[in-house]
Design a protein around this ligand. Structure first.
Ligand SMILES: C[S@@+](CC[C@H](N)C(=O)[O-])C[C@H]1O[C@@H](n2cnc3c(N)ncnc32)[C@H](O)[C@@H]1O
Length: 911
């Protein structure tokens, strides 16, 4: 049963009930939740991808060319197969194998051998590094679920003041509630109900995970990829949630994310050459994911259009090219020569012969210029005349009841010519129909007498639409329908058209370059399933907000129990002026009149029936990430945490120590820094990595522990370090990491309370693992002390609770004093009113001082009192009842998209 039926209308007035779509028939394998990360053991080796070596990276028969061996092998097979009787097929396919056993080429017949040889001879694009890289490895990592979100669950919690009726609530989140044991031991074995997914990580790693942990190969109906255009680095990324201006190559403007910086390195080390490698690798995985009927759209500007098309031909096959779509972009870019007004979509099918394609139409209208060729009019008394110049300019001058038409061809060269008499005159033309058909056209008043010929009367209303063609001129952003939140946002109309052409409701859509989530937004609107990926937290923060607060029309479902996969309802209907306004429109043709047949009907896929008694909100979705499995340097006795890991950790600590010595500066927010001196390894230590003295600070030294290279700092590591720091009398412990597990963060927060030295979490930018990648990096940007939200949990007189985000505390190591940032200045914060320590369920989502929730607030007017929405734009939660886990969690998103998590026990609530 659908959410809609279950929820019912609650007696609301039209336009007041929030509803979402669920994909009941689709499943995806259970993913582990982030809280089980330390126990996760289902590791997989990296996956090797090989390029089809029959596509020679350097086609020349001289020297050490990998294509040469294949070419010669094919020539031998051709002469062998030619001697066989027709159809010249081998009993068994012949294979050419590399030294390691991998199949380089396989051929079943003479025809196939010839075809492959031909491909070897085709021209190709070459670049530095291509020939040397016929295969590449991608780490095979699991995806952990960090957050579950559901707009409906938020609305329910706000009205019920609790996450009550636990089962229903989990259902709203799409949370199957697997036990920790199952998540640890049987992750990826159970099929769970489908929920849509926002994933943080490099697209290559995430797509590899989808292929090898989830077997999603061949299941994605459409991929929309809007990669960096390969022109300038800075213009494609936005480091701050609330700032859209990005200057090039300014260090301070760069998003300092592990994945982000890696993408930077992968993409740009060799400029365009690396870009081509970056694109080819990702396109190869896209191809693996595409369904046999699927297609991919790559958005690109004219600078690299030609290269990317060649790449795509190489990966997908030139025979699978479908089209290049120029579409109008926001504003013309003025150059010395012609202003550039369009970007492009390169459209390829996985297999052209099987590609899914739905025709799209635009309304034919004089205003839009799509009816300009209709220049005749038939008045109510039957007389016909050309439109006057005034009527052409202003169609409202056309007399009421008149029918606009255009005289159209009624003859086609090559058809038999025969005489036909009309109004006393005989015409001999190669008619498109028979003599009976001509009589039927005459009887229907469909003949127009031109000077020397007869023509067909095509009324504007015969088919009120025109097909969408290759050139999309109406796609500029910046109109009031598209609020621009991201510096490189795609217009929804562009992504929407691709989606409507290439998919049906319920199909799966992937965008490996999420940005502000345009593809996900459009997919959600049209009832498609979606997965979207980005390397950077800033765009994911923007997408999460955009999706969570969106409202969409409720398109009526044909079969509610199936969800969108059952299709939408389309009907034929007319408005008072008799215009066709439904999703099914008649298509009167010359043929249908000539043959006395009822007109054909076309479905306008973008015009399903809308049920206005529902406000549709985004369905449940998850936020996931490829957090690498932590290295077991803690020596927990698990067999696979061997000496090699310990050794690796050793060299990692040495490198970190080296960096800290060279850049002994901690960034403490607000542009302030603190400098350390005497950075050195402590004598005889068990768990500490370094000690130092703060310049102009406390005389007692401070201690450091470093998180692992490939994972989050664990609670155990922090605890051991705190104990040792306490014994040795250090003034403070700094836990330095690329990521931190939530329980470790908690421990840091509470260390002083527990009688241990005070501690701070220091976020290390991953750049420092990348050698000379960012040569001009300022040392103050390497380590930043992460703020901690100051959260007050209050117990109200009616026994309900309330959370207030008081401020964001920033620690200043020089003065050992805390600074504060106003809570209302954070871009977003979330509350889980019953945190289970495994995954964050967003019960309330706050976007302070913004109108983020305004659309929904307006749509649900009357249903919820205004204070509910006021809470969501502020820093104090709506009241809620305590839950079974006895604790709440608050997640604050800072302006770089960093997530700061605080957990509070209900026992600690103040009155
Ligand atoms: C041009 S933007 C996409 C904008 C998007 N179409 C929209 O409407 O907002 C490209 C995005 O790709 C992301 N990106 C770049 N390299 C990536 C990679 N290797 N994996 C995942 N995302 C990547 C960037 O962070 C950026 O947000």
């Amino acid at each position: 049963m659908s959410d809609k039926r279950r929820g019912g209308k609650r007696g609301g007035k039209p336009g007041q009930v929030a509803e979402n779509y669920r994909h009941y028939e689709a499943t995806s394998p259970m993913r582990p939740e982030i809280g089980t990360q330390p126990q996760f053991r289902k590791k997989k080796p990296p996956t090797t991808y090989r390029y089809d070596s029959s596509l020679s990276p350097a086609l020349s028969w001289d020297g050490q060319n990998p294509g040469r061996e294949i070419g010669e092998w094919l020539l031998r097979l051709i002469s062998e197969a030619a001697a066989l009787p027709e159809p010249h097929a081998f009993d068994q396919p012949r294979e050419l194998r590399a030294a390691d056993g991998t199949v380089l080429a396989a051929v079943g017949s003479l025809q196939e051998a010839v075809e492959q040889l031909r491909r070897l001879g085709r021209s190709f694009l070459d670049w530095t590094g291509k020939a040397e890289r016929l295969s590449f490895d991608v780490p095979t990592l699991p995806l952990f679920i960090h957050e579950r979100l559901s707009t409906k669950a938020i609305i329910e919690t706000l009205t019920g003041h609790k996450r009550d009726k636990q089962q229903t609530m989990f259902e709203l989140f799409g949370d199957p509630q697997h036990s920790i044991t199952d998540q640890t031991l049987r992750a990826y074995e159970y099929p769970d109900k489908w929920v849509n997914r926002l994933v943080l990580g490099d697209s290559l790693v995430v797509m590899n995970s989808l292929l090898h942990y989830e077997s999603l190969g061949g299941q994605v109906q459409m991929i929309y990829m809007d990669p960096p255009y390969g022109v300038k680095f800075g213009s494609n990324f936005q480091p701050f949630v609330r700032r859209r201006d990005v200057s090039h190559n300014d260090d301070a403007d760069m998003t300092r994310e592990p994945e982000m910086v890696k993408a930077y390195r992968d993409t740009w080390e060799l400029g365009l050459h690396s870009y081509l490698t970056y694109m080819r690798d990702r396109l190869l995985l896209c191809r693996e994911l595409l369904a046999p009927t699927g297609s991919i759209f790559v958005q690109i500007s004219d600078e690299n259009l030609h290269h990317v098309r060649e790449l795509m031909e190489e990966v997908f096959g030139h025979q699978n090219y479908l089209n290049t779509i120029p579409f109008a972009k926001t504003s013309g870019v003025t150059t010395q020569f012609l202003a550039s007004r369009v970007d492009f979509l390169l459209w390829f099918a996985r297999d052209r012969a099987r590609a899914k394609y739905r025709d799209l139409y635009l309304q034919k209208s004089p205003e839009a210029g799509t009816a300009d060729t209709y220049t005749w009019v038939e008045l109510p008394d039957g007389t016909r005349r050309g439109l006057t110049a005034a009527e052409r300019r202003d169609r409202s001058l056309i007399p009421e009841g008149a029918r606009i038409y255009k005289p159209d061809n009624i003859a086609t060269q090559g058809n038999p010519v025969f005489p036909f008499e009309f109004n006393g005159k005989t015409y001999a033309q190669p008619w498109k129909t028979t003599s009976e058909g001509m009589k039927a056209l005459a009887a229907a008043g469909r003949l127009h007498v031109a000077r020397n010929s007869l023509q067909y009367v095509r009324y504007l209303t015969d088919f009120p639409c025109v097909p969408v063609t290759q050139l999309w001129e109406d796609t500029q952003t910046g109109s009031f329908t598209d609020d621009k939140i991201y510096v490189v946002q795609t217009a929804t109309k562009v992504a929407e058209r691709c989606l409507l052409m290439a998919t049906d409701p319920g199909d799966l859509v992937l965008d490996p370059t999420c940005g502000s989530g345009t593809t996900a937004y459009v997919a959600e609107q049209w009832g498609r399933r979606w997965i979207t990926v980005d390397t950077s937290r800033v765009p994911l923060t923007l997408s999460r907000q955009r999706l969570l607060t969106a409202t969409f029309p409720y398109y009526q479902l044909k079969e509610e129990t199936r969800g969108p996969a059952g299709g939408f309802v389309y009907v034929r209907k007319q408005n008072r002026r008799g215009e066709e306004v439904g999703g099914i429109v008649p298509h009167v043709t010359l043929k249908s009149i000539a043959n006395n047949e009822p007109p054909e009907e076309e479905v306008l896929v973008d015009r399903p029936e809308v049920d206005n008694s529902f406000v549709r909100v985004c369905g449940p979705f998850t936020v996931e990430a490829t957090i690498p499995t932590p290295v077991d340097w803690e020596g927990d006795g698990v067999p696979d945490s061997g000496a090699a890991d310990a050794e690796a950790y050793g060299s990692f600590v040495d490198r970190m120590l080296e960096v800290l010595r060279k850049s002994p500066v901690l960034h403490v927010g607000g542009g302030k820094t603190v400098t350390l001196r005497n950075v050195r390894p402590p004598a005889k230590t068990l768990s500490l990595a370094a000690e130092a003295v703060v310049v102009n600070g406390d005389e007692r030294p401070v201690a450091f522990v470093f998180g692992p290279e490939n994972g989050g700092l664990s609670q155990l590591a922090v605890h051991e370090a705190l104990k040792e720091a306490s014994l040795k009398g250090y003034a403070h412990l700094y836990a330095v990491g690329f990521a931190i597990q939530p329980d470790a963060r908690l421990l840091i927060e509470r260390s002083a309370e527990m009688g241990l030295p005070p501690a701070s979490y220091v976020q290390a930018t991953p750049d420092l693992m990348m050698g000379d990648l960012l040569k001009n990096m300022r040392s103050s940007q390497i380590f930043s002390v992460c703020g901690l939200p100051d959260v007050e949990l209050r117990c109200l007189p009616d026994k309900r609770y309330e959370v207030k985000l008081a401020k964001l505390n920033l620690f200043d190591p020089a003065t050992m004093a805390a600074k504060h940032m106003d809570a209302a200045d954070v871009p977003a914060w979330f509350l889980d009113t019953d945190y289970n320590s495994l995954c964050f369920h967003v019960s309330q989502a706050f976007f302070p001082r913004t109108g983020a929730w305004d659309d929904l607030r307006r749509a649900l007017r009357g249903e919820y009192d205004d204070t509910v929405w006021d809470h969501l734009a502020g820093t104090v939660s709506a009241p809620f009842e305590g839950g079974e886990h006895g604790q709440v969690a608050v997640k604050v998103i800072d302006d770089r998209g960093n997530e700061l998590l605080v957990v509070k026990s209900l026992r600690d609530a103040t009155a």
